[in-house]
Write a protein that binds this ligand. Structure first.
Ligand code: SF4
Length: 381
């Protein structure tokens, strides 16, 4: 929330009556303010409320990076904004292009932390895969990000900026508009609930990117309490559950979160979510060789699929450095998918994209870890 003492001090300064020295931190990230809060700033300064709308539009719809680009504001207003606020814009720090045209970005945040985001082009879609946290606390065994400590949540504007930067890449490099957004990068989105939902609100708002919520998928490792909250909040976007095993013993082994969010608890939360939203859930299932790729595993999955209307995405595994698992064979993958189809389950088999640049599912931060550790040391020193 915007500090009211700050607003009135800012108001006085704005009228050029009194200049007050503030304790650190002096400047606030302007995008942490809602439109209403921005209006309050301008009204308390004897200015018109519509000024806030102009600034808001520059910040979100036009995604400018400096106040000086807000050309319909007077010079003195821009100077005052410069004095009291900052725009903590995300920047592309590094970019790699795969032979299959997938683009992996290392995004630099205002505090020098790095997160990764990927543009995945296909014949029918341009998908942005974005991060919601710096690192992750859930330690899934097959995931490179899970080896990185969670340092902090991303703010809504930092999530939004990733989408804007990837959208620009889609348009500038491939001349095709962005069609889909998946929250499947670094971090567990439902453990950064408010900022993730705020970012969706901006992405879907006419004052932001005006994209349909049906083009957005939030993927969770399975935080049952928050899945129910999504139902209570009546969200309109799609939900994906990273399932990867439909047997508690196996799921406990690869996803420690299952110990406190068992398959039974997840099924109950998903039923609740479906009752509230009517939205079919997608189950993501990475097939690991000789671990979860047998017909018996497919049988467990088919049983889990009975709880609510759903579809299954079977994903080819992308091995990570010193990982425990291997990619399954095409024959086993096909037999697994065929079994599910025989039970009338909608199945998509997803082949990997961007493997040569470590941009594929589960690989984010694999090769970035050394740099991440260095930055972490710098920040915590
Ligand atoms: S799979 Fe997702 S939830 Fe699990 S460790 Fe990786 S980023 Fe975190």
């Amino acid at each position: 929330m915007f500090n009211s003492q700050y607003i009135s001090s800012f108001a006085l300064h704005f009228r050029k009556i009194v200049i007050i020295c503030y304790p650190y931190p002096l400047k606030k990230d302007i995008r942490a303010l809602s439109l209403e809060e921005l209006k309050t700033v301008f009204i308390e300064n004897g200015d018109k409320a519509f000024r806030a709308k102009q600034v808001y539009e520059w910040l979100w719809k036009k995604s400018v990076r400096t106040f000086d680009e807000m050309t319909n504001l007077s010079k003195s207003t821009r100077e005052l904004l410069n004095t009291h606020f900052v725009i903590n814009a995300v920047a592309v720090d590094d970019m790699q292009v795969s032979s299959d045209r997938t683009i992996k970005n290392a995004f630099r945040l205002y505090d020098s932390n790095i997160v990764e985001g990927v543009l995945i082009p296909s014949t029918t879609r341009m998908t942005a895969c974005i991060s919601s946290q710096v690192g992750c606390s859930l330690t899934c065994k097959f995931c490179a990000t899970g080896r990185l400590e969670r340092l902090r949540n991303l703010n809504a504007d930092e999530i939004y900026d990733q989408v804007v930067l990837i959208k620009n890449q889609a348009e500038q490099k491939y001349n095709i508009p962005l069609t889909n957004i998946v929250y499947m990068g670094m971090g567990e989105p439902l453990l950064n609930y408010k900022n993730v939902l705020d970012s969706v609100e901006k992405i879907t708002s006419p004052e932001g990117l005006n994209m349909s919520p049906q083009r957005i998928t939030i993927s969770t490792a399975g935080v049952s309490k928050m899945i129910k909250k999504l139902g209570d909040d009546g969200v309109k976007f799609n939900l994906a559950l990273s399932l990867h095993a439909a047997n508690d013993e196996k799921r406990n082994h690869i996803m420690p979160i299952n110990e406190s969010n068992s398959l039974e608890a997840l099924a109950e939360a998903l039923k609740y979510f479906y009752e509230k939203t009517g939205t079919r859930v997608t189950y993501e299932y990475i097939a690991f060789k000789d671990f979860n790729d047998s017909i018996e595993d497919a049988r467990d999955l088919a049983k889990f699929c009975k709880h609510i209307p759903c579809k299954v995405n079977i994903i080819e595994y992308n091995p990570i450095d010193n990982g425990e698992f291997q990619q399954t064979t095409t024959a086993r993958l096909d037999a697994f998918a065929k079994y599910l189809e025989s039970k009338n389950i909608i199945v998509n088999v997803r082949r990997s994209r961007g493997k040569d640049i470590d941009a594929a599912c589960g690989q984010l931060a694999n090769k970035n870890k050394e740099g991440f550790e260095k930055r972490k040391m710098k920040i915590t020193q």
